[in-house]
Design a protein around this ligand. Sequence first.
Ligand code: G6Q
Length: 543
Amino acid sequence: MANNNVPLKQMPEWKALEAHYNKISKTHLRELFTTDPKRAESMTVDELGIYFDYSKHRATQETIGLLVGLAEASDLREKIEGMFTGEKINVTEGRAVLHTALRAPKSATIVLDGENVVPHVHAVLEKMERFASRVRSGQWTGHTGKAIKNIVNIGIGGSDLGPVMAYEALKNYSQRGLTFRFVSNVDGTDFAEAVIDLEPEETLFIVASKTFTTQETMTNANTARDWALKALKDPAAIARHFVAVSTNAEAVSKFGIDTANMFGFWDWVGGRYSMCSAIGLSTMIAIGPENFRAMLGGFHQMDEHFRTAPFERNLPALMGLLGLWYNNFFGAQTIAVLPYEQYLKRFPAYLQQLTMESNGKRVTLDGTAVDYQTGAVYWGEPGTNGQHSFYQLIHQGTKLIPCDFIAFSKPAHKLGRHHNLLMANVFAQAEALAFGKTAEELKQEGVKDWLIPHKTFEGNRPSTTMLMDELTPAALGKLVALYEHSVFAQGAVWRVGPFDQWGVELGKVLAGRIAPELESKTDPELKHDVSTNALIRRYRKNK
Ligand code: G6Q
């Protein structure tokens, strides 16, 4: 059992890592590979179709052992059980955290407040399937009897990023006759551009909002209703062109959406953990119920792996702990996520919310300010584009940026040499980052002395390479769940609560205060700081 009375940095396991860091922090990856020729085997985990190569990390077996020791002493195992069994681990909101129940098989039993939630999950999934099938087959028609051709998801944050990412990732599995658009920003341009070429008669809006009160989403939903009614005239048309995904039936019906066309979920599903819930309705319409089930299957496999595999071979635990190793001991501020798969172009953006909203916390669960770093900044772009842009800084800059390379053996599109070249690049980048290029090597190549410092690559830049077979719905599920649980593993050690987001809530309140001041017909009395007052006045004058 962990002793939470002992501050994290005073724990013997933390101190052991500090001492170990002092011992190996200067060791070059070249040396680690020379002294341990079996590294590629011993520091690779091949599980669930993911070849997870972490050998190019500035770590040894001893490091992993010490990190696992820290996880154990932090009660990671017990905390995982707590999450899976519906303990109210989201303490500041008094909620359980059960996104894993969203992908549990029908036969599973997960009891919350005396009730098995699994039948509820499957009832919604079945309702989604019936609806998705009707839209896909053209049976669900719009108000004028025309089949739906366009689906516009209106939502923001957790009600947008998952659906966008999954649609883009699985586009190759989508019904190509349907057009999908995603509107999130309160900037009117987002809505205007999304519908610019769409026919209202053939367009279905999914208003996705857990609370059904979010300013951006409700503004866009109201604009969508006006846009649809302008063409369709009859308010009865709303029932054919709008469905809702929400936990708030009252607000949904107030908006004018028939609650028969509402797909529910529960307060134990956090926004950024909701892509397997009804929030995934657009994904299901795009790829079909069968593929959606396959994606859930992938998620579930990773859930079970996280719950049962020993930490030394546990993918999310390893990913989370290695991230923590750089964050807390090497002082690294960021992690770059670099998918060598164009379909994953929105994956880094999705991960930004997942990781940064979850672990971007400065106090522990009991409200004590931390005296160590928590969540890292996640960012990235698909390969090879990043190579011609920011990789320079990763290779030769002054900052340490651990990288996650994600690649697939089989291409989505077999086109000449493309895939071989793509894969050559991802392997080459990880190799170059780790081993660099020495002055000696440059000299032997005949590089002039004065150019040598510029052309020298220090190397010793760490990375994980995740090699999977093919980007299928199941593979996507595994990948997302891998990151979800790595965030959990880190949060458990840092003692923070990854499932609330008070920083987001503040923004919602503040904008609500200023909007009436911008819209007021008479000069409002402004009580902000002088800078904000001046900005508001200037905007009022010039708008
Ligand atoms: C996610 C956050 C946040 C949320 C949005 C949208 O974990 O809670 O990003 O998803 O603010 O909220 P609604 O779904 O309630 O509109």
